[in-house]
Each structure stands twice: as C-alpha cells, then as structure tokens.
Design a protein around this ligand. Structure first.
Ligand SMILES: Cc1cc2nc3c(=O)[nH]c(=O)nc-3n(C[C@H](O)[C@H](O)[C@H](O)COP(=O)(O)OP(=O)(O)OC[C@H]3O[C@@H](n4cnc5c(N)ncnc54)[C@H](O)[C@@H]3O)c2cc1C
Length: 391
C-alpha cells in the first residue's frame, strides 16, 4: 500500500474519493485537507433550499462527522494548502506545516470568476459559492427590498426565484441574448425567461454592467447603456473558474483546470477530480471541464479505481439539474454544435423535453419536470455516442 492518499480540498469529489477508496478496501492513510472550516458538504442547496429555508449546516453535510472518524479519514479543515512539491512528494500548508504523500489528488473545485469592475469590492456585493457566502448574504437579503443579480445562469435564476418567493424585487442582468445560454437550448431559455417574468422578476437581456455604485456600500449598478438600477444587494453570479493555481505552480499542465487523462491522472501519483479537472471527452471529441455533482462523484470513483489498480476509463454522459420555483430542469449531454432539435410535449403545460441531434445522433436532452425523459435521454445518448473503447 502507498504512503497514503492526500486530497487537497474537502468538497463533493474529495468526499466521494475517500468513501470509494475505503469501500474498495484501501487501508492506508487517507487525509483530506480543506480550506473551508466545514466537513464535506453539498453545494447545490446553497442557491436553493438552504438559502430559502435557512436550514442548519448539518443538513448540507455529505456524511456525519462520525463517518470520517469511523473510516479513519483524517480531515484537516480550515487549512489552505499553499504549495505542492512534486519532487519531494509533499504539500505546504499556509500555516507553515508540510505534509508528505504517496498519492496526491487535487479536488479543489472552482471559485467565482473575477469581475474587474469599479465598485466590485463594495460591501453589499456578494458571490455564492460556499456556506460562508450564504452566511454573509442571507442577513443582507433579509433587509433587502430589491436585489440585482448579475448573470442569468442557473445560480442567478435560482436565487431570483427564492427572492420572488419571499416577495422581494429581483432584477436579473444578463449580457447574452437569453438566460442560461451556456447550458440550455433556446426553447428552454425561453421557457425559463417566461417563467421568471410571470413571477415578477425583471429580466434584462443584452445588458453589460459598467460599474457597481455606492459610497461605502453598494446602492445599485450602472449598465454600459448608462441606465442606473438601484439595489440593496448585488449578487454577482457570472460563472466560475478552476482552482488550479497550485497545480500551475507545481508545473502540471493546466487549461482552466488540471488536465487529466481518462483515469483522472495528471502525472505519476497525481490526480485531479471534479470541477477543477479538465479531461478529454471521447464521446464529444473535445476537452471538457464540468461543474456538476455527477462529474464530481463519477470522476472521484474513477480515481479511486485507478489508485487501487483497477483502471476503468472515464467518459461520461454528463448530467445536471436546477430547481427554479416548482420546476425541475434536468440537462443531460452537451449541446455541442447540434444541427437539429425537437420539442416533445407542451412547454405551456410545464412538462416537456427537448432533444438535440448532431449528424442524426442524440447528443443532449433538456427535460423540464420530466424525469422519465431525462433518464431515457441519458441511456439513449450513452448508446448513440459510444464511450471510449466501445466499438
Ligand atoms: C450555488 C451552487 C449551486 C449548485 N447547484 C448545482 C446543481 O443544482 N446541480 C449540480 O449538479 N451541481 C450544482 N453545483 C455544482 C456542484 O456543487 C459542484 O460541481 C461540486 O460541488 C464539485 O465538487 P468538487 O469537489 O469538485 O468541488 P467543491 O465541492 O467546490 O470542493 C472544492 C473544495 O476545495 C477547497 N479548496 C480549494 N483550494 C484549496 C486549497 N488550496 N487548499 C485547501 N482546500 C482548497 C474549496 O474551498 C472547496 O471547499 C452548484 C454549485 C454551486 C456553487
């Protein structure tokens, strides 16, 4: 058995890796070092139920504390890793300690993308990636009448839904010509646009932000057009970038994400999993970096298998969900250059799906309140876009 597995990061992928290693019989040291002060937790509720219901942190935890103790997984929390020395096989913590490893795994996730704009650092401007963000944001929302959300992606829209359900004014400012353009097709964007407007949100498309205004505290935003929108809270939800700085500094190949092979391996005895990893999708014919729970879990399982000497190449049909009001959106596959799409069901009835094809093959399915279409879509894409190694 190796000198031990050291996981940098203590999120969804890190947790799954440790769980899978123990399930596979790994009996060596497993150490997880995370910079947040919390045991591994699930992030999706942060913009959904956790934000809305103000539930306790315990409801987010992926395992009880006793699980980690019982399975001898060492958790070092609130301990940012500051450097990685691949030659010496050790990492340096910000507090000055050094820790050796046999196998190193990056599971460092993402952080909010920088938005270099005047006023971005003002109090009253928030992003939403972690528990501590919600703990700062929620009290500000409680006092807010109007919130401006910069970014009409799924996180921005989920928060807009929560705000409207609480009776607060929500303005969503989106630079593109439709909401959720990065993840969903036009019909689905149109459906959610209509949904949010019908519930009273103010959706502004093709709007670029020029500045966040305020003297000592954010009081609104100014658009590139010169229009000013007043707000008590500004939430910036304009996407994320990979936490790959440690890997870059260590000399590993990175392209907004640690580049890994089909076994989640970046270099001998070095792996990267989850949101921070970029890998080649044989099904879609390009390198991808995914930000979804499915990938965090499945790529962690791949790394666990590889560490245990049971190589099983990873080539997923990605999938993802978002909850907005009473609507569940489930997206499977990638919308890469589709040349045909078909809507099945009636969007006006609130239950439908959209299938996307490229050269006759099903490459993606967006399902709205239609779990069956989602599950079937996953199976059909897997069959039509054969994975690595399949004939
Ligand atoms: C608000 C929100 C809503 C979401 N909703 C959905 C959804 O509905 N469906 C879905 O599929 N996905 C959703 N996601 C995405 C999903 O949560 C992520 O894909 C998943 O958490 C990725 O797991 P991970 O382990 O790769 O990264 P994370 O869970 O982000 O964990 C990475 C951890 O590493 C830590 N870290 C980073 N650098 C260091 C360092 N130098 N030293 C120590 N620790 C470090 C980070 O602080 C973090 O704690 C959502 C994400 C957010 C933020």
């Amino acid at each position: 058995m190796s000198a031990g597995v050291l996981i940098v990061g203590a999120g969804q992928a890190a947790a799954q890796l440790a769980i899978s290693l123990r399930q596979s019989g790994h009996d060596g040291v497993i150490r997880m070092i995370g910079d947040e002060p919390y045991a591994p937790y699930q992030r999706p509720p942060l913009s959904k139920a956790y934000l809305k219901e103000k539930a306790s942190i315990e409801t987010l935890l992926l395992r009880r504390d006793s699980y980690w103790t019982d399975h001898k997984v060492q958790l070092e929390l609130g301990a940012p890793v500051a450097a990685v020395d691949l030659a010496r096989k050790q990492v340096g913590l910000r507090d000055g300690r050094s820790v050796g490893y046999g196998t190193l795994v990056f599971a460092t996730g993402t952080r909010a993308r920088d938005l270099p704009l005047p006023g971005i650092a003002l109090p009253g401007v928030f992003s939403l990636r972690k528990i501590d963000d919600v703990r700062r944001l929620r009290p500000a929302l409680d006092d807010a009448r109007r919130i401006v959300i910069v970014g009409g992606g799924y996180i921005g829209l989920e928060v807009a839904a929560v705000m409207r359900q609480e009776g607060r004014e929500a303005v969503v400012v989106e630079a593109e010509d439709r909401v959720m353009k990065r993840v969903a097709g036009e019909v689905v964007s149109g459906f959610f646009d209509t949904l949010h407007r019908s519930r009273g949100a103010d959706i502004r498309l093709r709007c670029r932000l020029a500045s966040i205004d305020g003297d000592g505290r954010a009081t609104g935003i100014t658009l590139a057009s010169g229009e000013r929108i007043a707000a008590d809270v500004v939430l910036v939800a304009t996407g994320a970038r990979a936490n790959d700085d440690l890997a870059v500094a260590a000399g590993l190949q990175c392209e907004d994400g640690v580049v890994v092979d089909d076994l989640a391996r970046s270099a001998p005895d070095v792996y990267a999993i989850g949101d921070c990893a970029r890998f080649f999708s044989h099904r879609y014919g390009r390198k991808i970096r995914l930000e979804c729970v499915q990938n965090a879990i499945d790529q962690a399982k791949t790394a666990a298998d590889a560490i245990m000497g049971q190589a099983k190449p990873y080539d997923p049909v990605p999938w993802f969900w978002s909850d907005q009001y009473e609507i569940k959106l489930q997206i499977t596959g990638l919308l890469d250059g589709f040349d045909a799409c078909e809507t099945i069901g009636d969007p006006a009835g609130g239950k439908f799906s959209v299938e996307y094809r490229k050269a006759g093959k099903l490459i993606a399915v967006d399902a709205i309140n239609d779990g069956r279409a989602h599950m079937m879509g996953r199976r059909r894409i897997a069959a039509e876009l054969p994975e690595i190694g399949a004939a």
